[in-house]
Design a protein around this ligand. Structure first.
Ligand code: GAR
Length: 198
């Protein structure tokens, strides 16, 4: 069987990347081909290397906000890795429509809210401020619109009395680590039926 090749983009600790990489064994239809970061110091790069996954980084800072120029550099290691699927996993740079369109239907993202609620940042604090009784995470196909695109899976968690944003984030993150591998496995097998957990 030919495995689907998966490139994972991250900016930080990479716990979702670890969950994805560790899931891609045995009869899984995909294997990791690259972990790529916009930050040389991202903890996720070390964890990927420890797992034998090729790594690369392109620091966004020298580009001083020129997104197109940054993305042109990002595209080089990405194209060289020949991915079939790209997973954004805590990748904290906004991608332009031009970049996204080149991976149309092949790029996934995990977002820490029950989309369409709370696009953007500070999702846990915003769910608490709104008095929501449940919260969660979403995996969706990436389109040019930020945190938009067809939903491929969601996991729900309760909001508990007295929760801090950090406590709620930790509860959601645990579910992210279940949801993203489940969605990737299904997606790599050609099935876009949403995965619903919790
Ligand atoms: C995760 O909670 C992910 O959902 C979030 O960043 C965290 C990365 O953690 N992503 C976003 O906020 C995207 N806008 P990780 O590096 O441990 O996977």
């Amino acid at each position: 069987m030919t495995h689907k090749r998966v490139a994972i983009l991250l900016s930080g600790g990479g716990s979702n990347m670890v969950a994805l990489v560790d899931s891609m064994t045995g009869d899984h239809p995909a294997r990791p081909c690259l972990v790529l970061s916009n930050d040389a110091k991202a903890g996720g790069l070390v964890k990927a290397a420890e797992r034998g996954v090729p790594t690369a980084y392109v620091d966004h800072r020298p580009f001083k906000g020129d997104r197109a120029a940054f993305e042109a550099e990002l595209m080089k290691p990405l194209l060289a890795a020949e991915p079939d699927i790209i997973c954004l996993a805590g990748f904290m740079r906004v991608l332009t429509a031009g970049f996204v369109s080149q991976w149309n239907g092949r790029m996934l993202n995990i977002h820490p809210s029950l989309l369409p609620k709370y696009k953007g940042l500070h999702t846990h604090a915003r769910a608490l401020e709104a008095g929501d009784s449940e919260h969660g995470c979403t995996v969706h196909e990436v389109t040019a619109e930020l945190d938009d695109g067809p939903i491929l899976g969601q996991a729900r968690v309760p909001v508990l009395p007295g929760d801090t944003p950090e406590q709620l984030a930790a509860r959601v993150l645990e579910q992210e680590h279940r949801l993203y591998p489940a969605v990737l496995r299904r997606f790599a097998a050609g099935d876009r039926t949403p995965v619903l957990l919790g």
